[in-house]
Design a protein. Structure first.
Length: 93
């Protein structure tokens, strides 16, 4: 697989210094920048997917006329959170 270069990135000396101070042992600034770019791409894709699911859900509710009450949704979310906390506590023991 061939590689491609990204455009040069001009930053303030302070930003570069801050990034260099946070590098792990043996980590290069290039590796740090690549990881940052990769994570931001993943985050933006997740945001786009989240928004798409929300819009689709809203459209389905309008189409079918079936809506969930806020209290019902909150109750389900609290149950999921409680279950996740219990599972986490079990792993810690």
């Amino acid at each position: 697989m061939r590689t491609a270069a990204l455009p040069p990135l001009r930053v303030s000396p302070e930003l570069r210094d801050s990034a260099e101070k946070l590098l792990a042992d043996g980590e290069t600034l290039s590796a740090f920048m690549l990881e940052s770019l990769t994570l931001n791409i993943e985050r933006r894709r997740a945001q786009d997917d989240f928004i798409a699911r929300g819009l689709a859900s809203g459209e389905k509710a309008r189409r079918t006329g079936k809506y969930s009450s806020a209290s019902s949704v909150l109750k389900k979310l609290e149950a999921r959170l409680s279950k996740a906390r219990s599972a986490r506590a079990s792993k810690a023991e």
